[in-house]
Write a protein that binds this ligand. Structure first.
Ligand code: NAD
Length: 476
């Protein structure tokens, strides 16, 4: 539980923003223009369910329209409120600027616990919420493009896209009104895994940064590092799975809403995920120790702590006891402004949310471009690329045979080299490039300026600079 003497999520974001802006030389007034949320729309609507009308409250907040469309997920949770949605919308502005996704920032939310409704009821509620937003152009491929967030996924995005198409039958770009759709409904390969994949690429970038590792008191490589993950949902599951299966990390604890599983030898992420999918709880999972007070495991000894559930989980109440030298914010706002101060003083390095979880919006950008261009990435080039590679392989083999050297290209090399990149390979390559380029831009400021002590301030400086440049170009 977050202590009550902490600033709200929205205030926390502003405190961090102000800390960065104090180090910048922005024209008078521009700082406030960037910081404030442009508009927040509240909608209350009724849906007839189980024989009576139930009223729901939803929000769509637009933080900055320096670029359009604005972009940001739609969250389904009982904790959704105006303050939270505005904080998340602001983070979207800074995130998009940092990773050079050409969008303004927005966010939406519906105040429900999706587990209280069956599939058909959720479809009715989602379509009605979407209807309210679409008719006000708050879902529109040119103006405002939502995506999944906590409590929503591919299925909800497909319903929203279909609702938009029903209301805009002649809009040829209609499917681009939302991202994170299933691939059979206009989605892109690699979107579901994208945020977790981005967390993995962010850690790769961090572990390539010798000065960053020194500041955290860590040594490479990433292999065998002890990792604690909070939240085994979309983001946490993919991050934990890739880090354990591909990078050889040990996932020593998984913290969920009903407790935590612990095994210093490393948990089998896929097995835990399947257990939760089948039983709806981590309780009873046979191959690990169960800790009833899950949040306490945030304080366990480990190398990397990945909060991937919700905001405010590292706060004034527990920050002092956090032992991880490296915290990577897969969730939005998991560290409050007060906790951030305490952790920085202790020397903990925090990879900030606006960078760490930007993989989702990056691949959403690719999906939006794919929808607008009406063609799958790689469709025109793949066979041609394969044919050119085949030419080189044939020529090398001919030269080797003719000269009598007798070199053989290994079958493994040939198989990899001859295969042209499909959509998934291209998406992953674009995401990797985005995450490393953005990391370098932050690290340059972090290591290059004496007045910048942490990666979060560096991230804000890079992104605010870009938003400011965009406003200046408009003559503001
Ligand atoms: P999700 O709904 O798929 O998963 C959330 C997980 O956290 C669930 O497994 C849930 O049981 C668990 N959880 C909830 N409350 C908890 C608690 N108190 N303690 C421990 N676990 C708890 O959501 P998601 O899409 O994975 O989003 C998680 C975070 O990542 C959010 O902060 C979201 O804003 C952020 N994020 C998501 C995306 C995306 O593409 N989905 C992109 C960027 C950022």
């Amino acid at each position: 539980m977050q202590p009550s003497n902490e600033p709200s999520f929205r205030d926390s974001v502003d405190i961090m923003f102000n800390r960065a802006v104090a180090l910048m030389d922005l024209p008078p007034g521009l700082e406030e223009k960037i910081r404030v949320c442009n508009a927040t729309y509240t909608v209350r609507f009724g849906v007839r369910l189980r024989g009576k009308i139930q009223t729901f409250t939803g929000y769509r907040s637009v933080h900055s329209e320096h670029m359009e469309p604005v972009k940001g997920g739609i969250r389904y949770s009982l904790g959704v409120n105006q303050n939270e949605v505005e904080a998340l919308a602001a983070l979207m502005t800074y995130k998009c600027a940092l990773v050079e996704a050409p969008f303004g920032g927005s966010k939406g939310g519906l105040c429900i616990d999706p587990r209280d409704y069956d599939d058909h009821e959720l479809e009715l509620i989602t379509r009605r919420f979407a209807y309210e937003l679409i008719k006000r152009d708050m879902i529109n491929p040119a103006q405002n493009v939502p995506a999944p967030d906590m409590g929503t996924g591919e299925r909800e995005m497909a319903w929203i896209a279909d609702q938009y198409k029903r209301m805009n039958t002649t809009d040829i770009n209609g499917v681009a009104c939302v991202t994170g759709k299933p691939t059979h409904a206009g989605g892109i390969q690699g979107r579901t895994e994208a945020t977790g994949r981005g967390v993995q690429y962010a850690l790769h970038a961090f572990f390539r940064d010798g000065m960053g590792l020194d500041k955290a008191g860590l040594k490479g490589p990433l292999r065998d590092k002890r990792v604690i993950v909070q939240g085994l949902g979309n983001v946490g599951y993919h991050a934990a799975k890739f880090l354990s299966e591909e990078d050889g990390c040990r996932i020593t604890a998984i913290i969920e809403r009903d407790g935590a599983l612990h095994d210093e030898g490393g948990l089998d992420v896929e097995a835990v995920y399947q257990w939760i999918a089948k039983h709806g709880t981590i309780t009873g999972y046979p191959d690990a120790t169960l800790e009833a007070d899950g949040a306490r495991l945030l304080e366990n000894d480990c190398d990397v702590l990945i909060p991937a559930a919700l905001e405010g989980v590292i706060n004034l109440g527990n920050a002092e006891r956090i032992k991880a030298p490296l915290v990577i914010e897969a969730a939005n706002g998991p560290v409050t402004a007060g906790a951030d101060e305490i952790l920085r003083d202790k020397g903990t390095v925090i990879v900030p949310d606006m960078y760490a979880n930007a993989g989702g919006v990056t691949v959403s950008y690719f999906e939006w471009v794919k929808n607008l261009s009406h063609i799958r990435f790689g469709r025109m080039q793949r066979r041609q690329e394969e044919a050119r590679h085949q030419l080189i392989v044939d020529e090398l083999e001919r030269l080797s045979a003719d000269s009598g050297i007798g070199w053989q290209l290994s079958p493994n090399f040939k198989e990899k080299y001859l295969r042209g990149a499909g959509e998934l390979e291209l998406v992953r390559s674009g995401l990797d490039d985005t995450m490393s380029t953005a990391y370098e831009s932050m690290a340059q400021v972090w290591h290059g300026r004496e007045d910048v002590r942490d990666l979060r301030t560096a991230a804000y400086l890079v992104s605010i600079d870009k938003v400011a440049a965009s406003y200046r170009a408009k003559g503001l």
